[in-house]
Design a protein around this ligand. Sequence first.
Ligand code: PMP
Length: 422
Amino acid sequence: RTQTEAIPAVAGASLRVPLVTGETVGYANLDHAASAPCLDAVRAKVDEFLPWYASVHRGAGFASQVSTKLYERTRDVLRRFVDARRTDTVVFTRNTTDSFNLLARSLPRHTTVIVFDTEHHATLLPWAGPNVRRLPTPRTRLAAVSAVDDALAAAPQGPRLVVVTGASNVTGELFPVAEIAAVARKHGARIALDAAQLAPHRRTSIKELDVDYVALSGHKLYAPFGAGALIGRADWLRAAPPYLAGGGATKLVTEDAVVWNTGPERHEAGSPNTVGVYALGVACETLSENWAAIEHHEQALLTRLRKGLEAIPGCAELRLFDAPVDRVGTVSFVVDGFDPGWLAAVLSAEYGIGVRDGAFCAHIAAKRLIGVTGGDGQQAVRVSLGLGSTEDHVDRVLLALRQIVARGARWEYTKVDGRWAP
Ligand code: PMP
């Protein structure tokens, strides 16, 4: 960790939320994996930019020039953020889901796609048709690499794409991306990385991992909603039909023909989200300067959290892999005898703690992993740490869980529109 590194501050540290008793308490946001709070640096820069934003590319006015410059400059910021190759393109999208749908629409005909079935739905579902091979996720990282190797060996010749997540949004576990990329390379296949949960926590390098594409979301990277990116090889994207048809994507339109742009703007029709993209860029720059401090902060909290959860009777953590692996600060668990949705509702209403419950848009993963814990449902509770997390937040959730378990599931809650409410 260098002397100048710090844990970047985020908005929301002083938020207070109402409890069911009518009191208010400081909000413990333990749901960073869903959406992370805005960095103070992003907030300040966006505030400066707000009076200036104008339509990019089209306007001749000074504000349009400023906006266009910042928007285009952010492509370079993203390129640096993921350590991209000089030739990689950066297409701005709405989020990771949008990025993978764009990539899916840009695949050459008859591309074989290989993906683990426990992936987040954004990573699992955009690929359709007979050429998609869904692999069950093995219980070891080594077996995961072999499974991709075997699937590629059995795949027909022609374009092939492996899609894999950097860090699981359910368990925080890291997939062996570099090893899978090496296997893909050996077979002449390409590989796309879902960095939605990895990029907010670890330096993610296209060159070091040797992946072809990276998809990410601004709202998980401590920027407000609305902007994401797909970064990677330009050729398939350049040859694909425009993702959206409309202004900005065209070079020339005549009465009977359209000439589409070949750069990233080919897939960015319509007035782009200039403020969102700018915010994403500032977030990337801020994180890049502080990786060691960020990782140190999050890993210390993760250890504290996992140790505490282990001591809670009936609490079982979900894990993809049998052996312990490197992971980010996301932990999902079930507690014997307690409905996860109910637990999450009590944590919010009685303790002012925000967690997530459910199957985390990864239904196959949730079902399989909860089966392994002996839990009978298909849902769990997820605590996810990040820059807004403190030791106090971790201690509060552990104390709350201990108290809830000690008292038993006897509080009066009812289900309203599918959610438990006091
Ligand atoms: N992949 C993973 C691993 C995720 O956690 C998420 C968001 N939960 C996504 C993809 C989709 O991201 P977004 O909702 O921003 O499109």
